[in-house]
Design a protein around this ligand. Structure first.
Ligand code: S3P
Length: 432
């Protein structure tokens, strides 16, 4: 239940390399397990969420060696190489871990049980359970299978392809269905209302699988073998970089270089939004790594103004909205964030959480069913804020404190361990 104490900063200066991308780390260890051969993963996020996924993969009979910080060797056994776990798979706080694994397990010829912590067992699972049942898996759970713990009896050889139309733009839903689709005879497709992150599509291709994309519809033909790429380098997580981009944009005198960041266009809404708000952000040294675009990002302080944020920008910035709300609270004018009801079913109800915490600092925030209206001010007050058991709320409030007058305390920040264990150390190195 550690607390974080933040003093007003006179400017953030320097360079940092945030930890490996969380979305890519989950997928890397799962896909390497399904491939034929050995994969050395570097840049793996050693956070609780992704370590829980690696542990679950081990419980499915796969050897995962830890070579040192961020480096794993996965000894894949092919599509049919997983074996029935003897214990319950505990994904901790991670929606991605649970939903992607549920999809994968729905295709197996054995039975497994998935659970998580007190927050994960409250998050909606019906969105994956319903299509995976259509694919032939027998899934049960609390509330008729809408909530974890989930019991998944895989469809195995009887897995059926589906053509699923998702009502939410969710990479977790899309990925769960495509992973089960790898076991189905025929073509499995998923359509979504807006494009969610496409890491599954890109990484499956990196493992030699053919994935077809037509507009917002993605398809995979079942029973394709995954080929181990030998090495897979994961870039830094733009969702972790986001806290430093926002911090540099709200604290006068800042200039920060964030190195080696994944800049997949389905994830760069934060850059587009901050730029629209007037921020000084530049991408340098663009390159490609494991099928993903990567760049160094330079952010310098410049006064921000308000923006209207909604529509297809939301899935491209879904995890960064709490940090963007902080930027809005220091920007001139009223920022409107809409079409973001999904935020209510993340690690916490992020609309309610960020509204409550920013108000404690004296911010003017109106809560909307699907977003917020935030009227910025030059200075907010330091306050005692809560994390709501949510890593991104904790880190957002910490950076809000850097531009505040007076000291800020963020309580119960252990949740930061799920995605960014080095956050406090990196922040104290840059902010002075
Ligand atoms: C993720 C997808 C997103 C995001 C989450 C990670 C993923 O959720 O919020 O943190 O790795 O697939 P959606 O399923 O809502 O897209």
């Amino acid at each position: 239940m550690a607390d974080l104490h933040i003093r007003p900063s006179r400017g953030l200066k320097g360079a940092l390399t945030p930890p490996g991308d969380k979305s890519l780390s989950h997928r890397a260890v799962m896909f390497a397990a399904l491939s034929e051969g050995k994969t050395e993963i570097t840049g793996f996020l050693s956070g609780e969420d992704t370590l829980n996924t690696a542990k679950a993969v081990r419980m499915l009979g796969i050897t995962v060696e830890e070579n040192g910080p961020g480096s794993l060797t996965v000894h894949g056994k092919g599509l049919d190489g997983l074996s029935e776990p003897t214990g319950v798979l505990d994904l901790g706080n991670s929606g991605t871990g649970m939903r992607l694994l549920a999809g994968l397990l729905a295709g197996q010829d054995f039975h497994s049980v998935l659970t998580g912590d007190q927050y994960l067992v409250k998050r909606p699972m019906g969105r994956i359970v319903e299509p995976l049942r259509k694919m032939g898996a027998v899934i049960d759970g609390r509330a008729g299978g809408k909530l974890a713990p989930l019991s998944v009896r895989g469809a195995g050889r009887n897995a059926r392809p589906i053509d699923h139309v998702s009502t939410v733009a969710s990479a977790q839903v899309k990925s769960a269905i495509l992973l089960c689709g790898l076991y189905a005879g025929g073509v499995t497709s998923v359509s979504e209302p807006n494009k969610s992150r496409d890491h599954t599509e890109r990484m499956l291709r990196f493992f030699g699988v053919q994935v077809r994309e037509e507009g917002l519809r993605v398809s995979v033909v079942g029973r394709q073998a995954l080929r181990a790429p030998g090495r897979l380098e994961i870039p830094s997580d733009i969702s972790s970089a986001a806290f430093f981009l926002v911090a540099a944009s709200i604290v006068p005198g800042s200039e920060v270089l964030v190195r080696n960041v994944g800049v997949n266009p389905t994830r760069t809404g934060i850059i587009d939004i901050l730029t629209a708000m007037g921020a000084d952000i530049a991408l340098e040294n663009l390159r490609e790594q494991a099928g993903e675009p990567v760049a160094d990002i330079r952010a310098r302080y410049r006064k921000l103004w308000a923006a209207t944020i909604g529509g297809d920008l939301i899935p491209r910035a879904i995890d960064e909205i709490p940090a963007i709300a902080v930027a809005a609270a220091y920007a001139e004018g009223t920022t409107v964030i809409k079409d973001a009801a999904e935020l209510r079913v993340k690690e916490s109800d992020r609309i309610a959480a960020i509204t409550a915490e920013l108000r404690k600092m004296g911010a003017s925030v109106r809560e909307l069913p699907d977003g917020m209206e935030i009227t910025g001010r030059e200075r907010l007050n330091g306050a005692v804020c809560e994390s709501h058991g949510d890593h991104r709320i904790a880190m957002s409030m910490a950076i809000a404190g850097l531009a505040a007058s007076g000291e800020m305390t963020v309580k119960d920040t252990v949740w930061i361990e799920t995605s960014f264990p080095d956050f406090e150390r990196m922040l104290s190195q840059l902010a002075y």
